[in-house]
Design a protein around this ligand. Structure first.
Ligand code: SAM
Length: 314
């Protein structure tokens, strides 16, 4: 029972919306057709989880989750416990007052990363107020390959609300991590997320920067001097690919520097344009082998690619 409860807890705290996967957890034999004990344990590790009380997932998600649980109990013909009924009706009567909500990602037994996120895909002209699948994919790669960042200056482009950088700071011991994004709204969320997750958030090893790819200058590049540039889901708009590649060209000042860019392949044309622009700018790229995806919960339909990008040596 412990394994499936752990899985349900992770689904709930990370606000995983895949209904079929949630229902299939509830069908697990160990939960014995969701008898009263199983229902109580599930409520305990989700709605009454101390982390949920401190950093609540969106109310609409809590309602959705409890509806799935309630409907599954009825489907199995089990009796709905008083505790579940009360919890469900209490939540149903609550109004979403627009308070911020959180997603929590359990990385391992010792580390959970909690992020303030928005449920809307585009807010104030940015897609950066939620964590994207490629962000989880690249974060997992970094956890599995920490030596690439050890004592290095890392610059992240389009960092959004910060999962990747927080992961690198916690697991990869960089010398410095510079988060950057164009959007002031994103940078506000990012700043609270760094405070939630990094005790020593005033640490000089962490910088947050408003940076538009089209505005990067050589002067700025010489001040930042990154050893590694990271980017997750930043190749999605055909119109910004030119400025992104130019920014990489200006920012990769050091001969030994390289970039790791992860994308979800939605439109092959966008990806091809990115590769063509890289070649024109004098870069070479390596497609890195797919790694095991077991730390985060992923949308199974997502197709990822991770490029290591290097300057062609003269
Ligand atoms: C799809 S989101 C990805 C966010 C994050 N990397 C992740 O994986 O969750 C793209 C991010 O790139 C930023 N962005 C888009 N165009 C940009 C530009 N021209 N200059 C700087 N940042 C940009 C957006 O504000 C947004 O935060």
């Amino acid at each position: 029972m412990q394994d499936v409860l752990k899985k349900i807890e992770n689904f709930f705290l990370s606000v995983t919306k895949n209904k079929n996967e949630i229902l299939s957890c509830f069908e697990n034999e160990a939960l014995q057709s969701l008898n009263t004990e199983a229902q109580e344990r599930i409520v305990e590790i989700t709605i009454r989880n101390p982390l949920c009380r401190k950093y609540a997932p969106p109310l609409s998600y809590q309602k959705f989750f409890l509806r799935c649980l309630h409907d599954s109990v009825e489907k199995f013909g089990s009796e709905c416990s008083d505790d579940l009924m009360k919890t469900y009706t209490d939540i149903l009567t609550m109004q979403d007052d627009g308070r911020v909500s959180y997603h929590s990602y359990k990385i391992d037994g010792n580390c959970t990363i909690t992020l303030q996120e928005s449920s809307c895909i585009v807010v104030k002209n940015t897609t950066g107020l939620q964590t994207w699948e490629a962000g989880k994919y690249l974060s997992e790669w970094c956890i599995r390959n920490p030596l690439n960042f050890e004592r290095k200056t890392v610059l992240e482009l389009g960092s959004g609300i910060g999962l990747l950088g927080i992961v690198v700071l916690k697991f990869c011991n960089p010398l410095k991590y510079i988060f950057s994004d164009k959007s002031p709204e994103v940078l506000k969320f990012l700043s609270s997320n760094i405070k939630i997750n990094i005790q020593d958030f005033n640490n000089s090893a962490i910088e947050q920067l408003q940076l538009f790819w089209s505005d990067v200058t050589e002067k700025e590049a010489n001040l930042l001097l990154p050893d590694v540039i990271l980017g997750a889901d930043i190749v999605f708009d055909i119109d910004t690919i030119g400025s992104l590649v130019l920014a990489l060209k200006i920012l990769l000042v050091k001969d030994s520097a390289c970039a790791y860019i992860a994308s979800t392949i939605r439109n092959p044309e966008t990806n091809n344009k990115f590769l063509a622009e890289l070649a024109t700018a004098g870069f070479i790229y390596i497609i890195l082998k797919r790694h095991e995806q077991s730390i985060f919960i992923y949308d199974k339909s997502s197709d990822f690619v991770l490029y290591q990008i290097l300057k062609l040596q003269k």
